[in-house]
Structures are given as structure tokens and as C-alpha cells.
Design a protein around this ligand. Sequence first.
Ligand code: IVH
Length: 728
Amino acid sequence: MTEPTDDIELDFSGEKQAATMTAAQAAPRMRELADNLERWNYEYYVLDRPSVPDAEYDRCFNELAALEARFPELKSPASPTLRVGGAVRSDLSKVIHARPMLSIHTETDFSSEGAYAFDRRVRNELGLSDDAPAVRYDCEMKFDGLATNLRYEKGILVQAATRGDGTTGEDVTANVRTIRTIPLRLEGDVPDVLEVRGEVIMHREDFEALNCRQSEEGQKTFVNPRNAAAGSLRQLDPAVTARRTLHFYAYALGEVSDPAFALTQSGMLDRLEKLGFPVAKERRTVEGPAGLAAFHDEIEAARPSLPFDIDGVVYKVDSFAEQNELGFIAREPRWACAHKYPPEEALTVCEAIDIQVGRTGKLTPVARLKPVFVGGVTVSNATLHNEDHISGLDLRAGDTVVVRRAGDVIPEVVRVLHERRPEHAEPFVMPAVCPVCGSATIRDEEEKDTRCTGGLFCPSQMKLSIVHFASRRAMGIDGLGEKIVNMLVDEGLLKSPADIFKLSHKDLTDVLNSTADTEKPQKRMGPKAAQNLLDSIEKARHTTFSRFIFALGCRHVGEATALSLAQHFGTLSELENADEEALIQVEDVGGVIAQSIRAFFSEPHNRRVIEELVAAGVEWPAVEPKTSSQSAVAGKTFVLTGTLPTLSRDQAKDMLIAAGAKVSGSVSRKTDFVVAGAEAGSKLEKAQTLGITIIGEEELRTMLAGETASAESVSENEAEAPAQGALF
Ligand code: IVH
């Protein structure tokens, strides 16, 4: 057995030795420790490839700190112990930059024209004729943080300063030393004076974590990662900066004692990277403006998946000789240009929180915003999802908010500036009754959603409910799509699905022609089309019990559940009066579905609509209750693709569902069989890749027939027996 004290002995051995060392012994040891610590730091933070356990790092760190405490005169200005902070200051002193820190001309045309305009200016200034070769450019990202100058003398970081006004910045040396990816000492062949410029930024993930911590501790939160980076870098106590994770990306030089340090921008970045500076890998040299525009597009596509915010890209003439020739105009170089993207975040005011009611009755709170240009469009609404989302944001009407729209993503309120909250802003409360129809609302604790129980009676749900009711796989009324339903509802001719059966020929032709788009006469409904619609309404009166249940649009009741319910209960009154306990007995019906069915039939409006439908002559043949639906295909998942020789896709689907199978629209590992017909495309390919059994119509028929005819499986026959017995 090992003595447990061994580890402890090991941990403190360095520090113990430090206590007995002479200065002559300490100096080389301190240098060795510092070198190791810095190498491990680089491997860990820059390369993401740690080579020693954290405990070993800590042991060496403690030993070095102990030696520095005993021999302060031997402490290096590049010591890794500086990375955890240092003395607190009363203010940040001023630094005059050896070379001014310039700004860049911004191309505000977000389209590729911005790239072409820059190239035209460069060619013009360089006096290049139209047939002269394309200019070579270095393309980089435009980081959204704080420009910072790092000054190295004889390879040691001696000063770091913010850009300030470009001439004078603030001394943030102690804070910058805490940024783990910034080298404190440079190895190898380095100019005596080397100023490296780049951006100090905060990654989005670290920003979220920081804001979380800040609000937990009752401290102020930051509006965006840029502000958080600025606040963290300009701290008087470097230990605070050390606790915030900041990053640095190099992109330019300041004063350099060696004029031949690099000949091109891209070569310079390569060299900085070799010296251990973080340089973003998203950079490229291109020829001519098409290459610039392609880079702009490519980075725009990558933008949402980057760990940090950027607000554009930067183009730079690659050759330093050409840069010198181009020179500056005011304080902007003619050889560089920032080509922006539409901003993804903007500040605005949430003027109100409204409620929208969807088809299934979900109440969705929506922020009505003071219109703001963000992500390339004007945004005036943003979804707030549900009650918990609002309390998570702590949002009230009147608040100033940050709205984000990245790529094609739906606009979102991402933050609230609580310090700007108006005095009498009231907390949001989810309404207890539906704001559209006045029915009671219920909150689904599991899904955190609030729903209107009004069902078919609620006008908001009505249009979409009627469309669903009429849809092909429900009542199957051909020609009664969303457009016509909307018109008929708006004209007051449809107030519930039962009204469909009261429509006259005159209703259809009059209303639809008076409200139809006169620009598009083909959209009008002629007498023939009206008659066709009436015919299909008439046909739909004779339906099946399962289609009728599905058509009612009760939440969670899809086609398969509707079929199970029809077979289990057999009659409408049995179903209407079934309690949750009885409902749970039905195959595939769990607690959530049972509750939803119960809630649907408990709503008097829904009962009334059903009565009206029955009174309008909607009918179906009696269904004998089926106790089980075991068959060769029961419980299996099928995907239909391509054109089958004789069966339509709908017929095949009906047959499968009736036999207890599930029919899905897309192929996944959960698919059991793919039924493929002529011209089957990507679904077939995917099934082949995943090794899923592929069958044709004939095999499908055999499998379905096996349900009743095959004697091969005893269990199948046994299972089918009661149903058959009941049917005949
Ligand atoms: S080069 C003379 N490269 O943009 C040009 N700047 O408006 C020196 N910035 O203050 C700057 N990313 O904060 C350069 N890849 C990049 C950049 C970049 C962001 C910022 C920088 C500067 C501002 C210029």
C-alpha cells in the first residue's frame, strides 16, 4: 500500500525547496518553471491540446509564486503568475501610441457591390489599366471587440494599450497579461521592438455565463459581448479580468524595429501565428473582387456558427509595397476596407405583449416592438414562446430590449435592459381566458404552454380548424382549401365546420366572386367549380368514424389514435362520455392524450359543434369494437415513396393504418419498411444507405393479406380471431 502522504509530499516539495534555495540556485529554476508554465498554457489555451495534468501545472505555479515571493528582484515581467491578476489601480494611465491606431473605411453596401467598389478604387489609385492582372488581397473577419496594441521589447510583453482615440489609449498591461492566449514572452527570432495589434473579444458562450453570474450576484449585466469585453479589459483590478474569459486575435502591426519582418499581410499573419499569437483561421488570400465577394458570402454563412460576434469582413491589399503606394486618406488606409453585414442585434422598445392563438389553441405571447432594422429586415414582432420564457427574460411591456435576427432565424428578444425599465411597467400575466373567444385557458405543465379550450368555437382556431376538418385525410372535401375557407369565414358564411354542409351554390359563386382578386380572374369560382365543391361536400357527409374523430382536430389525436378510438369505443356517445381511465385503456393512448381528449369533449362549444354536424347529416357506418389490432404490419413504421402500380399513396396509407401500422413521411433508423414505386427519389436512396427493407406494392399486399389469410403465424391468427368473429 502506498502511503497517502506521498501525494501531499509531492505537491509541496517545490515550495519547500523554494524556502531553502539561494538566489543563484533560484534564478535558473524560476526561468525553467516560467518556460514550462507558458508552454503548457499555450498548449492548453491556444492549441486546445493540454500535455500535463492540471495538478502538475498548479504545483509548478505554486513553486514559482513561492520563489517570486522570496526573490522579488528575480521576478520576470513575463511571469505566468501575472496571469491571475496583480495590484489594484486607482485609474488606467494614458499611453501615447508609437504609431497611431487607424480606423478603416466601411463599405455600407451589404451586397457584393461593396467588394467590387473597393477593388475599383484600389485599381484606380494604383493606376492599373483594365487588362492589368487582378490585385491580390488578404481577407479577414472584422471582429467586434476592442482594438488593442501589444508591445513586445526583446520578446517580452511590456505594455498593452487600448486604441482610445487612435493617438492615446489606456494602459491595460496587467489586464492583458491575464488573457491566456496572449504570449507573455516570444521565442526565437523576434525584432527588438514588435507591436502586435488585434482585437480583444469575448466569446458568446463566456458572455452568457458571465451575465448569468452577474445577475446571480446582483451585479449589472452586459448588453452584448463587445461591452462585456470592454468592461472586463478596462478593469482597475486585474484579478477581475482574470476571472472573465477574454480572447485576442491578431491582425495588424504597430511599431516594428525590423522593416523586413514581413512583406505581405498574409505572410505577416503566418509569422505571428508561428510566434504563438492567436490568428483566426478564417482568412484567405484571393485575386480580384470576385474572390472578395465570395469570402464575404462564405463568412456570412459561417457567421451563426462562429463562437463570437463579427460585424463584417475586412479586405486588405496583401502586398505591403502596394499598401505603401496607396497610403492613407485622412485616418483611413486606402488599402483596406471593412465590408459589413446587416447587424444581427439591435436595441428597441417592447411596446406591448400580445397573445396569438394558433390552430391547436396554443396561446403564444408576441412582443410588439418599435420597428427596428435588424438582420437585414425591419422587425416589429418577436415570438416570446410561452409564459416561462417571458419570466426567464424578466420582460415587461415598456422595456428596452435587444432583438436578434441571425440568418433566417425568427426574430427573438434576447435580453432586457432592466436598468432602463420605465417606472410603472407591470409584470406579464398569461390570461386565464382566451383573448379571442373568452373560453378558459389551461396550462400544460409538461410543455409549459397555455391553451385555449375553445376548440372549434374559437375564431382564431376556427379557420385553421375548418381547413383541417376538410383536409384530404380528414373529411376529404376536395376544393375546400385555406384560401376559400378564409374568404367564407370572413364573409360570415362559415362559423363552424357544420356550416360547410349548409353552403348553397349561390353562397359559393356570390361570395367568392365578390371577394376574389379581380386581377386574377382565374381565381374566381365559376358555377362548375361551385357545383364540384358542393358535390364533394355531399360525398363527405358519408364518412367513417375514425375520419370524423380525426377531423375534429383534438390535440394529440392523429390518424392512428383516431382509428384506435373509433375501434375501441364504436359509437360517438361512448367516446364523448369516456373518462380518462377508460381512455387510457385504448391502445397508444397515454395520460397526456387522455387528458386532452377529455378536455376537448368537456368543452360545451365542442359538443355543440358535434351535435350540429350530426344534425347536418354527417354519418358513418357503425364500427364494431375491436379488441386488438395485431397483424403482420401492426406497430411497424412504413414510408411510402414513388408511384405504386395500382394503389394511390392515400389508399396504401389507409390500408396500412387500418392494419395498425404507422406511416411516416421521412426515412430514419426507426423506419421498418419503405414501400417504393416508380420514380422513387431521395427517400429510397436514404433507405438503401440505412439498410432498411424495401418492398413494392405486391409485397405490401401480401403482407396486408397475411393479416387475415396467412396461417403461418399462430399468434397472428389468434389475435385476429375475435375481430373476425365480431365482423361476420
Ligand atoms: S485592421 C489600418 N483588421 O476595425 C487598419 N481591423 O474600423 C487597422 N477590426 O479599430 C485595422 N477586425 O478594431 C483590422 N481583421 C481586422 C479587424 C479590424 C476588426 C476593427 C479594429 C479597428 C476597426 C477599424
